[in-house]
Design a protein around this ligand. Structure first.
Ligand code: ADE
Ligand code: ZN
Length: 334
């Protein structure tokens, strides 16, 4: 349709995409076989059954349990490359121009896979996305907040050369939000930033945690944008601050529905964000688990909010401006 064509053409940036969350059941089972990885007895037996399971998550933790089992099938550098490359191939036809992608080193190093192997596989796919599709990329390492802080400090320390050399461009914080508030990770963020002042900082907050998680991620971690952040709407002062300081929220509509943060996309406070000039971008989070890639998330919002061409162009512009690429690249994307 005309709408699909318009939203496909619209220059899109993704700021909230977990590379491990792009693992489709159709790749998971072959990788498990190829690598001799045994899945739990209770795990679905084929791709169809697994898709069905993914359609019925109770909450964030229920999803995360499957997500970490999925991670276990990734072993070799080429597995990480193949995973990310499949993602870039899919979104190259959806008008994606710039991708700032997350990965979770600890879900691999804890299984004896080196940070270098994981990062190198993902980095190769990023380089190839630039070369073949003109998709620019940034790589963001995330800390798993349900793990002990000492382990998070260790992974940051072992990432020092990758942060110094700019292979890793950003630091994030993910996994179960409550009861692991941002204040636990102050030292981790300080240490990472001390390796390279150009390192960008973000954190998941305000998905299942309250608006205080958002405020504390900004004040205590030094985050300059917030992943999810939809519960910011509960605090009017915070809303004003996000607008004044142009702090972008990386919103994930399909994810929020599938993890039962909201019952329907129409409940998301996006009109409030628009009316109050709170910048946000539209993202897919873990598309293999939530049933849709970036274009699907745009289409879903169109189906509920409508919005004129002018509004969509404002959203596209805000998402370019909130990106971590340089001024020259932003100019190209506009
Ligand atoms: N890890 C992968 N996706 C996530 C999400 N939406 N929230 C927290 N941790 C995650
Ligand atoms: Zn996420």
């Amino acid at each position: 349709s005309e709408v699909t064509a318009f939203l496909t053409e619209l220059p899109k940036c993704e700021h909230h995409l977990h590379l491990e969350g792009t693992l489709e059941p159709e790749l998971l089972f072959p990788l498990a076989a190829r690598n001799g990885v045994e899945l739990p007895d209770t795990f679905p037996k084929n791709a169809d059954e697994l898709h069905e399971t993914y359609n019925n998550f109770a909450d964030l933790q229920d999803f995360l349990n499957y997500y970490y089992i999925g991670c276990n099938v990734l072993i070799k550098e080429d597995d990480f490359f193949d995973l990310a490359w499949e993602y870039f191939k899919k979104v190259s036809s959806q008008g994606l121009k710039h991708a700032e992608v997350f990965y979770d080193p600890q879900s691999h190093t804890s299984r004896g896979i080196s940070l270098k192997v994981v990062t190198r596989g993902f980095e190769r796919a990023c380089v190839k996305a630039q070369e073949e599709f003109n998709i620019s990329t940034k790589l963001i390492m995330c800390l798993l907040r349900h793990l002990p802080v000492e382990e998070c400090l260790e992974i940051v320390a072992s990432a020092k050369p990758l942060i110094e050399s700019g292979v890793i461009n950003g630091l994030g914080l993910d996994s179960a939000e409550r009861p692991f508030p941002p204040e636990l990770f102050v030292e981790c963020y300080e240490l990472a930033k001390s390796y390279n002042d150009a390192l960008q900082l973000t954190a998941h907050a305000g998905e299942e945690g309250g608006p205080d998680f958002v405020t504390n991620s900004l004040d205590l971690l030094g985050a300059t944008r917030i992943d999810h952040g939809v519960r910011s709407v509960e605090d009017p002062e915070l809303i004003k601050r996000l607008a004044d300081q142009k702090i972008m929220l990386t919103v994930c509509p399909l994810s929020n529905v599938k993890l039962q943060v909201v019952k329907d996309v129409s409940e998301l406070p996006l009109q409030e964000f628009l009316d109050n000039n709170v910048p946000f971008s539209i993202n897919s989070d873990d598309p293999a688990y939530f049933g849709g890639y970036i274009l699907q998330n745009y289409l879903e919002l169109y189906s509920r909010f409508g919005w004129s061409k002018a509004v969509w162009e404002k959203i596209a512009k805000q998402s370019i401006e909130g990106s971590w690429c340089d001024a020259k690249r932003k100019e190209e994307l506009l």
